[in-house]
Design a protein around this ligand. Structure first.
Ligand SMILES: Nc1ncnc2c1ncn2[C@@H]1O[C@H](COP(=O)(O)OP(=O)(O)O)[C@@H](O)[C@H]1O
Ligand SMILES: [Mg+2]
Length: 256
C-alpha cells in the first residue's frame, strides 16, 4: 500500500489538519505519523485535546530498539488511538518530544523505516505529516518510502511565491513518488488551472477555506452545525476519494 506524505512550502496552510483528516476518513486502517521537523505536538494538544503522549512516539520507539528489529506490533503499540471507530483502526504515532533535535528525528526514522514498510505492506494506510519541507526536507529514507507527496498551499500570491521557491527541491527529493498539490481556498485569487499550469504539477484536491470547520481538526473545537455534511468535510472526502482512485489505478489488474 502506498505511503502518503503531506508537506508545505511555507506558512501553515493546514498540513496537520489535512493529514489528520486523511487518517480519519480513509476507507481502511490507518496510522498517522508525526514527522514534522519543527515539533509542535499539534495533534496531542489540538485534536486529542491535551492528551499526554505518555512517553509514546517515534523517538521512544526507536530508542526501544536496543539492537533488535522493531516489529510492526511495537510500532502500533507506541501509537495512540485517533478515534473510537470500531470498523477501522486509526492510530497516531507522536513525533519529536522536544525542539532543536533534527538529527534525532532523522536517526529515529532510520531505525524504524523497515517497520513502517512492513506496516504499510500489511495493508495499513500510512499517512506522514512532514510539516514544512524546509531546507533539508524530511528524512530521506522516509521520503523514499512514500508513493505520493502532497504539497498543501493557499492560493495567494504570497503562498505561491513561497511555493515557487521550494517546489523544485521538493520535487527533486520526491524522486519517483507522485507529486501533487492540494489547494486551500482555491480561487483566492488563483485557480487550480492557473496554478497547475504555472507549476506543471497536478492539483489533487481543493479544500474549502473554512476556519471554524478546520478548527475541529486542528484544535479539537466543537463541530459547527452541519459539520459532517458541510463543504469543508465534503472537500476532504473528495480528496480521499481522489487518492483512493489514484491508488487503484496504479495497482496491477490482479490486485483489484
Ligand atoms: N481548510 C482550512 N480552512 C481554514 N483554516 C484552516 C484550514 N486548514 C487548516 N486551517 C487552520 O490553519 C491553522 C493551521 O493549521 P495546521 O493544520 O496546524 O497547519 P500546518 O500543519 O500546515 O501548520 C489552524 O488554525 C487550522 O484550523
Ligand atoms: Mg503542522
Amino acid at each position: 500500500m502506498g505511503v502518503i506524505m503531506l508537506t508545505s512550502a511555507a506558512g501553515a496552510p493546514g498540513v496537520t489538519s489535512t493529514a489528520l483528516a486523511l487518517a480519519l476518513l480513509w476507507p481502511g486502517d490507518t496510522v498517522l505519523i508525526d514527522a514534522d521537523g519543527h515539533p509542535s505536538q499539534a495533534v496531542l494538544a489540538g485534536y486529542l485535546q491535551g492528551t499526554d503522549g505518555a512517553g509514546r512516539g517515534v523517538t521512544a520507539l526507536a530508542g526501544s530498539q536496543r539492537g533488535r528489529s522493531v516489529e510492526p506490533v511495537d510500532l502500533l503499540s507506541h501509537c495512540l488511538p485517533l478515534s473510537t471507530d470500531t470498523q477501522h483502526q486509526r492510530l497516531f504515532l507522536p513525533g519529536m518530544p522536544r525542539s532543536g533535535a533534527g538529527q534525532l528525528l532523522v536517526g529515529a526514522f532510520e531505525l524504524i523505516l523497515e517497520t513502517l514498510h512492513a506496516v504499510s505492506d500489511a495493508g495499513i494506510q500510512v499517512v506522514i505529516d512532514a510539516g514544512r519541507f524546509g531546507a533539508d526536507g524530511p528524512p530521506a529514507g522516509l521520503v523514499g518510502l512514500t508513493s505520493t507527496v502532497i504539497v498543501l498551499t493557499r492560493t495567494s500570491l504570497r503562498a505561491l511565491a513561497a511555493l515557487r521557491l521550494h517546489l523544485p527541491v521538493i520535487s527533486q527529493r520526491a524522486g519517483s513518488a507522485g507529486l501533487g498539490l492540494v489547494l486551500v481556498g482555491e480561487g483566492q485569487p488563483y485557480t487550480a488551472a492557473e496554478i497547475s499550469g504555472q507549476f506543471g504539477v497536478p492539483v489533487l484536491g481543493r479544500l474549502v477555506d473554512d476556519p471554524p470547520a478546520a478548527a475541529v481538526l486542528s484544535d479539537g473545537a466543537d463541530a459547527p452545525r452541519g459539520f459532517t455534511r458541510g463543504r469543508y468535510a465534503r472537500s476532504l472526502r473528495d480528496l480521499v476519494d481522489r487518492l483512493v482512485d489514484e491508488r487503484r489505478s496504479l495497482e496491477p489488474e490482479g490486485a483489484r
